[in-house]
Ligand binder design. Sequence first.
Ligand SMILES: [Zn+2]
Length: 342
Amino acid sequence: MKRLLPTSTAGSLPKPSWLAEPEKLWSPWKLQGDELIEAKQDALRVALLEQQQAGIDIVSDGEQTRQHFVTTFIENLNGVDFDKRETVRIRDRYDASVPSVVGAVSRQKPVFVDDARFLRQQTTQPIKWALPGPMTMIDTLYDGHYKSREKLAWEFAKILNEEARELEAAGVDIIQFDEPAFNVFFDEVNDWGIATLEKAIEGLKCETAVHICYGYGIKANTDWKKTLGSEWRQYEETFPKLQQSSIDLISLECHNSRVPMDLLELIRGKKVMVGAIDVATSSIETAEEVANTLRTALQFVDADKLYPCTNCGMAPLSRQVARGKLNALTAGAEIIRAELSV
Ligand SMILES: [Zn+2]
């Protein structure tokens, strides 16, 4: 019998302090060359083991081999100059100095495929691999070449599809595209954002997911959340079209957020990765708090389609806190499984 409420994380986990400075985004590597390759693989093994010890059902690499969920992928592409930087406004929220698109973009070589193959060798459990989505990729770049967000997104979608097909061949069970930008640019999401995502998953036989959150627990994001009022209805703008899309799973921020849970009704029929762990606080949820969020979600998501998950990546947290949160997630899921089986 298929296990009910399979648990997973949105993606990233903290890195060990011997690999990179902890509790920091874009933290520089502490090693180089072959030592770095070996250390990343060791960290991946540790991240996997910690998920397994916590009882996580669908495991990931914890994003141990990448510095950042968007930047590392883009670094491996042609057409982007990392030395030519311009200041842009990311997700309409904060200014950042970002690399420039200076020519046609293309993938020089597979980016994460070797890492995914390595993870596949370590476990027989289902594995999920995260890639940035096209809209979130264009939002962290200055485009001096295509001069069209839509055109650049289509080019990235083609590249992502090449990578995704190879990840599938390497044995990945679920390929997830991170699209926090979907919570900001609603018109573009509906005009071409979901269409470019469909391009990125074209021809895949493995399951596909889109992760749409309110961002890591960093100050720019928590400040932005304060401006969103008492009800966060952003999902309402994009869910109707996502419900019609070919994406299998939708990963969402729910716990401690002000998202009205009845919005989940709009994606009825999809599998929903319900964020039941808040990544913007170091306080560890109790199993009962996790269970409460899942119980509420069950009013709008069929039990066989509910996937307990974290709100977002846990990279900026301490390892100890992340471990505690993984344990809380599986303990909370277990409470609900027991309730469902009576
Ligand atoms: Zn996220």
